[in-house]
Design a protein around this ligand. Structure first.
Ligand code: URP
Ligand code: ZN
Ligand code: ZN
Length: 487
């Protein structure tokens, strides 16, 4: 199959240029820059089976979302999106590769966790996928199993400083993994919130009958993220540290300092921490479009904030601007989604009398590009090249997928987004493909439109609809972490 994409504005993390792109059997084989005059050594572009006219549109590399949770048991329920609905939503949002978390249960080997998650994704995923492993039970045997996982193409491991009594690891365990990451060449991903302090504060609020969604946020204030990041950076002197879902300006200062000190420290933030803020926990719902489903009891208006219960929680607005600035100046390497969707009815409602029982997480895999473009590029907070960096190139480099993924390059997988920078959009849950009964950005009006998405050289999204095939996604083995290719 041969396809040409003509006259588009191709965007990389460094530059934007007009070019025709040729694709053969899923791989980019030609990039003909328009400004160049033809020379004898230039390979002529082939006759294509089909052509896409991308004039006046950006051609972006397909997104790499390095943080999703599909089909994950959590908080007494399971996430609403599995590897089919979740990857369809990702594809419709311009993402063509996801990295999900295989969670190690207590007593399980890493291989068991990986195999379980591979099974969940096989025959369902519609885009390429890979896994990090979330280590929740570190023993000497587990530490010794890491090299085998690197051979299997799993080159990043997450540990939690929060979720006491469940996922949380002690600092000793974290330090051991960090030390190994430096020696063996992988990334140690850390959820940085002080789990002991949070546990105390949750008990305190509940004892005072403060049970609503706002207390989720108040029980895990910014200082507890900052303190955990400070601890993490201290342990990272010989390791490769990647702080997940950064939400605070205070935390970002520690990351900046560590990077200035030449430590191998990186961070991601997520659209929710760039666009939303703590007011969401108490705001009156402004959208009444969606009626309460049949056979469920309505929830009180004051519970609407449960839709935003995630960890870390939403913060004061000044953090939004500090995080945008962090992207613009390169301190924040990646914007991923932490897509962890729970239905409002039947999921979030588990915590209607106790915020600590609200399953943590929110959807976002389908709206990442639109929000980054609209708020970031159209809002003049970042450039289109910054967008490509955090959306595709940097996650591909950090997580061992580059150059196959993350950039429009000869030899790379033909994963691309044709993007109209002028069109207007409104986010409406009903039009999205994710399998969850609400969207945290309901009613958001912005600029930009995803016209089509190519995955592996085939159009899988056009005319606002998914047109790929269930199970076409491939498991991708990732390379080891290489500090020489990341910034
Ligand atoms: O609230 C969140 N973020 N849920 C997903 C699990 C995690 O900590 O990433
Ligand atoms: Zn986390
Ligand atoms: Zn997560």
């Amino acid at each position: 199959m041969k396809i040409k994409i003509l006259n588009g504005l191709v965007v990389s993390a460094e530059e934007t240029y007009k070019a025709d792109i040729g694709i053969e059997d899923g791989v980019i084989t030609h990039i003909e820059r328009k400004a160049r005059t033809a020379t004898a050594d230039m390979l002529p572009m082939f006759e294509a089976d089909s052509e896409i006219d991308a004039a006046h549109h950006y051609v972006l590399p397909g997104g790499v979302d390095a943080h999703t949770h599909f089909d994950m048991p959590f908080g007494g329920t399971v996430t609403a999106d599995d590897f089919y609905t979740g990857t369809v939503a990702a594809a419709c949002g311009g993402t063509t590769t996801i990295i999900d978390f295989a969670i190690q249960n207590k007593g399980e080997s890493l291989k068991q966790a990986l195999d379980k998650w591979k099974q969940k994704a096989a025959n369902k995923a519609v885009i390429d996928y890979s896994f990090h492993i979330a280590i929740t039970d570190l023993t000497d045997d587990i530490l010794a199993e890491i090299p085998q996982m690197l051979d299997e193409g799993v080159t990043s491991f997450k540990l939690f400083m929060a979720y006491k009594g469940n996922l949380m690891s002690a600092d000793k365990a974290i330090a051991k993994v960090l030390a190994q990451s430096g020696k063996l060449g992988f990334l140690t991903m850390l959820h940085c919130e002080d789990g002991d302090a949070i546990d105390e504060s949750v008990k305190d609020f509940l004892a005072h009958k403060q049970t609503g969604p706002l207390y989720h946020a108040l029980s895990r204030p910014p200082e507890l993220e900052e303190a955990a990041i400070a601890r993490a950076v201290k342990m990272a002197t010989n390791g490769n540290l990647y702080v997940v879902h950064l939400s605070t300006e205070a935390g970002l200062k520690h990351i900046k300092k560590a990077r200035a000190d030449k430590l191998s420290v990186y961070t991601e933030t997520c659209p929710q921490y760039l666009v939303l803020s703590i007011e969401k926990y108490t705001e009156k719902p402004h959208h009444k479009r969606y009626p309460v489903p049949k056979d469920v009891s309505p929830l009180p208006e004051e519970f609407e904030g449960a839709k935003y219960v995630m960890s870390p929680p939403l913060r004061g607005k000044h953090n939004n601007s500090a995080l945008w600035q962090g992207i613009a100046d390169g301190a924040i390497s990646v914007v991923s989604t932490d897509h962890c969707a729970f239905n409002y009815y039947g999921g979030k409602s588990l915590g209607k009398d106790d915020f600590s029982k609200i399953p943590n997480g929110a959807p976002g895999v389908e709206t990442r590009l639109l929000l980054l473009y609209s708020e970031g590029v159209a809002g003049k907070r970042i450039t289109i090249n910054n967008l490509v960096e955090v959306f595709a190139t940097a996650p591909a480099k950090l997580f061992g997928l580059y150059p196959r993924k993350g950039e429009i390059k000869i030899g790379s997988d033909a994963d691309m987004v044709i993007f109209n920078p002028e069109r207007k959009f409104e986010i409406e849950q009903i039009k999205l493909h994710q399998n969850v009964d609400y969207c945290p950005y309901e009613g958001y009006k912005g600029t930009g439109a995803i016209m089509s998405v190519l995955y592996n050289g085939r159009v899988i999204y056009k005319d606002k609809g998914f047109c790929g095939t269930k199970g076409q996604g491939r498991f991708i083995k990732r390379d080891k972490f290489r500090s020489s290719i990341v910034q």
